[in-house]
Design a protein around this ligand. Structure first.
Ligand SMILES: Nc1ncnc2c1ncn2[C@@H]1O[C@H](COP(=O)(O)OP(=O)(O)OP(=O)(O)O)[C@@H](O)[C@H]1O
Length: 262
């Protein structure tokens, strides 16, 4: 499929403080960023530095106070309208009375107006891609946390977006499940050629997954460093033991304010 890049210039984001006479809060200030088509790019930074806000702005879901975002060379709003953007939130938020395949097909059916059977077929392929082909009929309470998050990824993939926005999708999972899903995500990225924009607090997750890591600082949110990760692909968990992995992790740790975890 065609890969799509993102370019943003002079991004400023101010939020007004509700019920307060104090000036609006500037969350992002004069930020420029380029995301290459088909790349895996991570925003890494401490809590509150504006990672989620920037993710939504880059995906055209949130309009910045100032600045411009272009997606595949077109205004961001057009890409959203054309359903080029998929979002995987922090929590899967599945409907408890719907099966995995129904949850995974729902957004596609609403967005495209397809018949249920057609949308279900796209959802089944997406469930296969995330390794859940045997669980299509299960209800959310029958799924583990990792399986539920896979359904959430499948729900976004079923829309066949060119760009996948992932807002700390594995933050609530145990370390082993998180490593498994990171490997699975790297496989999906390699198989689909999608541009993936990923938010995390975890240095090791960022190094493992990314082509490029943008380290963000706080007050106001800005990019402190852009670090290309030159580890060979495909990457498996064995990469954690490589000296180059530790060098990248140390470099990122140096750049971050406290609170990031390894
Ligand atoms: N809709 C909103 N209205 C007002 N303030 C907001 C809104 N969304 C975010 N903020 C503020 O913007 C700042 C950055 O929030 P954001 O969620 O982007 O940070 P983050 O780096 O993703 O944090 P975390 O890692 O904790 O999820 C915070 O101070 C937050 O309170």
């Amino acid at each position: 499929m065609e890969s799509v890049g993102i370019s943003a210039r002079g991004i400023e984001m101010c939020f007004s403080r509700r019920g307060s006479r104090r000036a609006a809060q500037t969350v992002l200030h004069d930020l420029d960023i380029d995301i290459a088509a088909g790349s895996f790019v991570t925003l890494l930074g401490p809590s509150g530095c504006g990672k989620s806000t920037l993710l939504k702005i880059l995906g055209g879901i949130l309009a910045p106070t100032a600045g411009a975002v272009s997606i595949g060379g077109r205004p961001a709003a057009e890409a959203v309208k054309a359903r080029r953007i998929g979002l995987v939130p922090q929590r899967p938020a599945l409907l408890p009375w719907k099966s995995a395949v129904q949850n995974a097909s729902m957004l596609r059916q609403i967005a495209t107006g397809e018949r249920a059977s057609q949308a279900a077929s796209a959802a089944e392929s997406a469930l296969e891609l995330v390794g859940l082909e045997g669980a299509a009929g299960k209800l959310p309470h029958e799924l583990s946390g990792g399986m539920a998050q896979r359904v959430s990824i499948a729900r976004a993939l079923a829309m066949d977006p060119a760009i996948l926005l992932m807002d700390e999708p594995f933050g609530a999972l145990d370390a082993i499940t998180r490593d498994e899903l990171n490997e699975k995500l790297a496989e999906i990225w390699a198989a689909t050629g999608k541009t993936i924009l990923f938010v995390t607090h975890s240095i090791s997750e960022a190094v493992f997954l990314s082509d490029v890591v943008h380290v963000m600082g706080v007050n106001p949110g800005r990019i402190l460093e852009t670090l290309p990760i030159g580890l060979p692909r495909p990457r498996t968990r064995a990469v954690f033991d490589e000296p180059l992995f530790s060098e990248y992790a140390a470099r990122l740790r140096e750049r971050l304010e406290p609170k990031a975890t390894v």
